[in-house]
Ligand binder design. Structure first.
Ligand code: PLP
Length: 418
């Protein structure tokens, strides 16, 4: 069969439902400056779906630093991979400052978080080693694990007694092969907002020999006293062997970094394939990130504002009887009951009639009958934004309960007209 024909015939789980879409649920276009109020299909909507946790995306000092750096260096400089011709003193400056901020002795920049994670896993483990990872880990971890030629064991999300079982299995193997064990979890899980049980995992280091890698994409900047992340929050910075975070969330930029022992980084930097065979971060991005980190350190009130909004929103939702799952972070899921059509209708109602823009997932991303509406608060939202949103959720909760979103058409449920 021709590959292009095969592709048309098998469009994948999301591609196969693209016919019901009109840049509404998938590839929507939010326009205007990055802020709580943006434009969507010609209307102003209250956005709760951007990981701009600390509100840095549109901070005047950030915009100025980005623009000045781009004017001075363009977007190309430096050309080439870091190892060849793409290195500058500012790349080193940023990684040193990041490492210091998260309480680790050394840091290493990554030109994208996703590819970085893939390569960290790929470089750390070989055929004789075993990976043990949390079942709810992000796609970049799953894809990194897929590259692994040796054994891998998954434990149910945050189930520490099961993790112990998997470690026992892993240990049996490594005793034979002479390999090592890598445990991988997230600091903050991006869908549920739950934190990885870092304390529970670290406790197991007393019984087993393993290295711990934490993907703290959503925890960096939002968790811990200084915003240094989930390891800081739980007081286990020293026990996390590889700390990773992206710049795509609290830093409102692009790229990422890992922080660890300098002896380890000194080997990894020669072996991360997605970095040594790819162009380094442009200087405009590096300088923009230096400014963002400076602001995060200088303005703890950004994180305080974020949590003021988070607390008001989460306690308001709980008070009206809504289920926000196990979140312990700014990520706020609202767990509702309904099928994928109801989820689609609910989203349309929220966006078109109530001007609230957030994202939702239904089966097969979450179990059948469950809809999760994910709300991402930021430091630049206001308590009035929260009030407005809570009122709307009170209404949609009743509508969902009354079956308003179950509109029967000729071929079963159909989407609401807007
Ligand atoms: C948990 C987690 N890890 C890694 C990534 C990938 O980071 P990046 O967007 O920098 O590629 C993301 C998404 O941004 C994420 O949510």
């Amino acid at each position: 069969m021709d590959l292009f024909e095969k592709l048309q015939a098998n469009r994948g789980p999301l591609g196969s439902i693209s016919h019901i879409d009109d840049n509404y649920y998938m590839f929507p276009m939010l326009e205007g400056e990055i802020a709580p109020r943006m434009q969507f299909k010609g209307k102003t909507v209250l956005t709760w779906s951007l990981n701009n946790y600390l509100g840095l995306a549109n901070h005047p000092e950030v915009r100025k630093a980005d623009a000045e750096a781009a004017e001075k260096y363009g977007l190309g400089y430096p050309m080439g991979a870091r190892m060849m011709t793409g290195n500058t003193k500012y790349h080193h400056q940023l990684e040193n400052e990041l490492a210091e901020f998260v309480g680790k002795p050394a840091g290493l920049l990554l030109n994208y978080g996703y590819q970085g994670v893939l390569s960290i896993i790929d470089a750390l483990v070989g055929r004789k080693d075993v990976i043990v990872y949390d079942a709810e880990c992000h796609a970049c971890i799953i894809d990194g694990v897929r590259l692994h030629m040796g054994k891998r064991f998954v434990y149910p999300h945050n189930d520490i007694s099961n993790l112990e079982l998997q470690l026992k299995r892993a240990e049996k193997i490594t005793k034979e092969t002479g390999g090592g064990i890598l445990v991988i979890t997230e600091g903050v899980f991006g869908m549920s907002g739950n934190t990885g049980d870092l304390k529970g995992i670290v406790e197991l280091k007393k019984k087993f020999d393993f290295r711990l890698m934490v993907d703290d994409a959503h925890g960096f900047g939002t968790m811990g006293k200084n915003g240094a992340g989930t390891a800081e929050h739980y007081g286990v910075t020293d026990e996390v062997d590889i700390y990773f975070a992206t710049f795509a969330k609290s830093m409102a930029s692009i790229g990422g970094f890992l922080a660890s022992d300098p002896k380890v980084l000194d080997v990894l930097k020669y072996n991360l394939r997605s970095q040594i065979f790819a162009k380094s971060l442009p200087l405009a991005i590096v300088l923009g990130n230096i400014k963002r980190l400076e602001l995060i350190k200088k303005h703890p009130e950004f994180k305080d504002n974020l949590w003021k909004i988070v607390n008001a929103l989460q306690s308001g939702l709980k008070e009206m009887g809504l289920n926000i799952g196990t979140t312990k972070s700014p990520v706020t899921p609202v767990v509702l009951s309904g099928d994928p059509f109801e989820a689609a209708n609910l989203m349309k109602d929220l966006r078109s009639n109530y001007n609230i823009f957030c994202s939702a997932v239904a089966y097969p991303v979450v179990p059948k009958g469950t809809i999760i509406v994910r709300i991402i608060p930021t430091a630049v939202h206001t308590l009035d934004d929260v009030k407005e949103t809570l009122k709307v959720f009170e209404t949609i909760k009743e509508k969902l309960h009354d079956g308003v979103y179950l509109k029967e058409g000729e071929k079963g449920a159909t989407l609401l007209e807007t």
